[in-house]
Ligand binder design. Sequence first.
Ligand code: PLP
Length: 410
Amino acid sequence: MHSYTIEEIENLTQRFGSPLYVFRKDDFIANYKRFNDCFKSIYPKYQLSYSYKTNYTPYICKLVKTLGGYAEVVSDMELSVARIIGYEYKQIVYNGPYKGDKSLDLLLGGGILNVDNFDELRTVISCAENNPDKQFQIGLRVNINIGQAFVSRFGIDADGDELSRAFHLVENVHNLDVAGLHCHIGQSRSIQAWRNRAKIMIELADKYFERPPKFIDLGSGMFARMEPSLAVQFGNEIPSFEEYADALLLPFVERYKDTVEEERPVVITEPGTTLVNSYIDFIGQISAIKRIKGKEYAVMDCGKFNLGEICTLKELPIQLVAKGVDRKQVNDISFVGYTCLEHDVMYEGYSGALAVGDYIVFGNVGGYSNVSKPPFISPNCAMINMDAKGETELIKRIETFEDVFGTYVF
Ligand SMILES: Cc1ncc(COP(=O)(O)O)c(C=O)c1O
């Protein structure tokens, strides 16, 4: 995270309000390039597809587009973002268990539609049958076991005969082909999990395709680069991008070494948190300090929903930027949110000098933060971009009463 001075924070919050999200574009770009170059240098037909759900802020999505990334969307709403910022369908991957009607526009437009289940497959087949003069291609999301500690609910079961049944259904439609396979398994960020993913997906491609598929999409689930204080909470077992790229792509290099370049599959991954997590900071201010039955609390002008679920699982990296004059020593204090929820806790266990008016900057809040913030009790705050020279621009204005209540009937 950036190290903020009090002058800097005062300047930002006077102009854009507190709390405030600060996206750091230049650091984001450097990280994106490092990640992408690492993967492409091993397997040139690697294609990054940015997970919109992680953070669909259009400014960030546009940056990804200029850097050559595809858009990975899971709803019509996200698809609209990608289209508005200028993506052609063929650069959009539409995933997810429940797709909107626009998924068929994407299919008709030659985009990558990864079908999750048989009911969706039947809809796709109807679309192909209703357009007999057009040729259609889809991907199938497969449900595989890569050693994770749970059974995933997504995709078509690759164990048993479900997957061959899906292939047979498609074979019977003259203008529809399965062009690729997709998988995504959450909570599996280890190198071994990625080796398993690559191995199983290559085996499935060999089993179900006579020639190499057009693409193999391996979803996501890699650790981001992060502050040491956070890494230690993951047991310091954070693989580097190089290690991930080797684990995932060397099996493809080996498998397709005798295949001409044009016929090798495009290998897609869909990073979200890996790209964006470390590059949004969040500034909040302390509005009250209180003690209840011996326990101290600092009440903030923001809450846990601003930061996303990560703050309930780990202690985020923080920076205290002192402003208040009436400073006192606190011990094991909790930074708690403005909501009326008992469990709205943003950070626990801070000890040191503190005052009302001080700012707390939370790092690593790029993923599932502003996009997951409900209008619960209050609308959301603004987001700015701050470049390496400290130049700023507004990329999301403060939400208003009308933004929240415009949909209700008074
Ligand atoms: C299909 C799919 N792709 C990509 C992602 C992004 O994963 P991550 O944030 O771990 O990079 C997710 C997250 O749930 C997902 O479901």
